[in-house]
Design a protein around this ligand. Structure first.
Ligand code: B12
Ligand code: SF4
Length: 472
């Protein structure tokens, strides 16, 4: 019996993380019955041709949709598919349709179904229902058009235990191609879904209702051991929201990696409070098992602001984690966000100060600074919407929503220029010493320490000598 094809699409974008969302849902289908074809527009030259090749015996076209630029290609390709292959049911899942279940359908007739939140069980059930042409009314976690063309949002699907899912089958993609594009044999891995915390700028509490589910460490070690021997990776990038949620889980993982001889470095996300609760021995164990980098969201250098953000961390915890990482030569990314509504200059200044302190502690510490933009689902956004702020009103407008490029609504141009100069000099000043650049690096530190950015000639020179990508 020939297998039915399931086409899964990752839109064009400029980064090369493995398409974990599509791998997660695709791995849930019985391979004896379905042939899952992942088309990643970031890595294949002519995605439309691949769709054309496979459309005849396919039953659906699934797309993963992240807010912002990737929506553009997601939209164009879905329109192309609906126009040319109307027999394919088009399904969008991921963060954007999780936040806009109905708007996405209302604005775009080429999309048939949106999926909200965790997708594994919903997708498997959807595929079964679509294939058997069954009613979708009982598939929890989706929004769809019924026969009367009404948009119906079904009941929500509670977060299911991730341990009952089939583990990701990396054979569904050409892993070597991702290794090549990344420039290293780095495996992307997701070990949990959701987060227990309540940060008022984040969409996670809205989508996952402060729930969390994670793969048990024994299974994780078995899984990683299997793929280590198959793929010969040398680094694991854990893409979880909060990888260090349970200290014992991480310790068991670390012991497992060591005992199984998995000779690979790894990186993951850690909250400052979680790092502070760990012992020195826990850090030693993680380092021994290959921990090379953590990402610790600092968000603000002002404790008052952190309290307002409901971040539930203390600045002392951030510094404690930083010191522990310095002692063990573990790199850290410390992201900040500035430009919250009504944020004072003092609060922004406190963030810049904290970024300076952290950056100066270790050449492998980085402190990216983002500008706050209100996003639905977060507590802050609800508040600014009530005060009259307007979000993009339709799907087209969301394709232009740009998180990174601009300063957001609450940072004026003068402040923006200052912060951008700070970012440049802070990064240059504290990065690893390079003989040729050393005089510029020294000058950058002098400027940072005095907040003096007049005549930024080093910026000009550095931009000439260092490719801008490395400085961004
Ligand atoms: C890796 C990552 C990136 C990578 C690449 C992203 C990518 N997907 O290609 C990079 C580093 C480039 C990146 C960049 C950014 N990211 Co990012 N990133 C992540 C991260 C850490 C992991 C994504 C992932 O692979 N998850 C694992 C998979 C399995 O989970 P999932 O995608 O949610 O998929 C599940 C469901 O959503 C659903 N599903 C998903 N797709 C589909 C499709 C179908 C058909 C179905 C049925 C179901 C389904 O089923 C899946 C299994 O349960 C997430 C946080 C997280 N843990 O999810 C943030 C996250 C996605 N990023 C986020 C943000 C804000 C950003 C940035 C704006 C950050 C910044 N300030 O620069 C940028 C810009 C992104 C852009 N618009 O261009 C937000 C998303 C907000 C949003 N609404 O889009 C997240 C959720 C972090 C957060 N809590 O705020 N990111
Ligand atoms: S910012 Fe991180 S810790 Fe806070 S709610 Fe979002 S995912 Fe959880």
């Amino acid at each position: 019996m020939s297998r039915k094809k399931i086409l899964l699409y990752n839109p064009k974008a400029v980064f090369f993380d493995m398409p974990l969302a599509l791998l997660s849902i695709g791995s849930m289908l019985d391979p004896n019955h379905y042939e899952v074809i992942i088309i990643d527009a970031r890595v294949c030259k002519d995605p439309l041709k691949i769709i054309e090749q496979h459309n005849h015996d396919a039953i659906l076209f699934g797309v993963t949709a992240l807010t912002g630029n990737p929506l553009r290609d997601a939209l164009d390709t879905t329109r192309f598919v609906k126009k040319n292959y109307p027999h394919l049911i088009t399904i969008w899942g991921g963060w954007h349709p999780s936040l806009f279940p109905k708007q996405t359908l209302k604005d775009e007739p080429s999309i048939d179904i949106t999926v909200q939140g965790q997708g594994e069980l919903t997708f498997r059930e959807l595929v079964f229902n679509i294939e058997s042409k069954a009613d979708l009314a009982h598939v929890a976690g989706i929004t769809y058009r019924n026969q009367q063309n009404e948009i119906i949002q079904n009941e929500k699907r509670p977060l299911a235990d991730i341990n009952q899912f089939t583990r990701i089958n990396y054979d569904l993609i050409n892993v070597e191609e991702y290794f090549r594009l990344k420039g290293r044999r780095q495996l992307d891995y997701i070990s949990s879904t959701g987060c227990f915390f309540r940060c008022s700028f984040c969409a996670d509490p809205f989508v996952y209702k402060r729930k969390w589910t994670g793969i048990d460490p024994v299974t994780m070690v078995q899984d990683l051991e299997y793929w280590y021997h198959r793929l010969k990776f040398t680094d694991i990038n854990f893409q979880d929201e909060t990888f260090f949620t349970y200290r014992n889980r991480i310790k068991e993982l670390a012991v497992g990696l060591i005992n199984k001889g998995i000779d690979s470095t790894w990186a993951g996300t850690m909250r400052a409070d979680q790092g502070a609760r760990m012992s020195e021995e826990d850090f030693d164990l993680c380092k021994k098992s290959g921990l090379r980098r953590v990402l610790i969201g600092v968000e603000s250098g002002s404790q008052n602001m952190l309290n307002w953000l409901q971040k539930d961390i203390k600045l002392e915890d951030v510094l404690l984690c930083a010191r522990r990482c310095v002692e063990r030569d573990i790199a850290v990314i410390f992201p900040f966000i500035v430009g919250f509504p009504n944020e004072t200059d003092q609060s922004v200044q406190a963030s810049l100060e904290m970024a300076k302190v952290l950056n100066s502690m270790h050449p492998d510490f980085t402190t990216p600074i983002f500008y706050f933009k209100p996003y639905p689902g977060s507590k802050i956004t609800e508040e600014v919407l009530q005060a009259g702020y307007q979000l993009p009103e339709n799907l087209e407008a969301w394709t232009k929503f740009d998180y990174i490029g601009s300063s957001g609504p609450w940072v004026n141009n003068k402040k923006y220029q200052l912060i951008e100069l700070f970012k440049f000099y802070n990064k240059l000043g504290w990065s690893r010493k390079r003989t040729l650049l050393f005089p510029l690096q020294k000058m950058a530190r002098w400027r940072i320490n005095r907040s003096n950015y007049r005549w930024p000639v080093e910026k000009f020179l550095a931009e000439v000598f260092i490719p801008s990508k490395k400085l961004s």
